[in-house]
Design a protein. Structure first.
Length: 61
């Protein structure tokens, strides 16, 4: 039944998210994405938003 499969996948994905720092995901940034700009010692709700305009590629990566 589809609901059994859905619930098992939901449970599995939830566990993966909990293992990540702050339930976030790590992805490669892309031009045009909106991002949160982390600020030390301030609540997350007060962080500023930013728009990625350009990427600086690291030749070592």
């Amino acid at each position: 039944m589809w609901s059994t499969l859905y619930l098992s996948q939901l449970r599995e994905n939830h566990g993966i998210r909990l293992r990540n720092k702050r339930h976030g995901t790590r992805s490669i940034p892309e031009i045009g994405e909106i991002v949160l700009i982390e600020q030390d010692f301030t609540p997350r709700g007060t962080w500023h938003y930013g728009l990625i305009l350009d990427l600086i590629k690291n030749p070592q990566r």
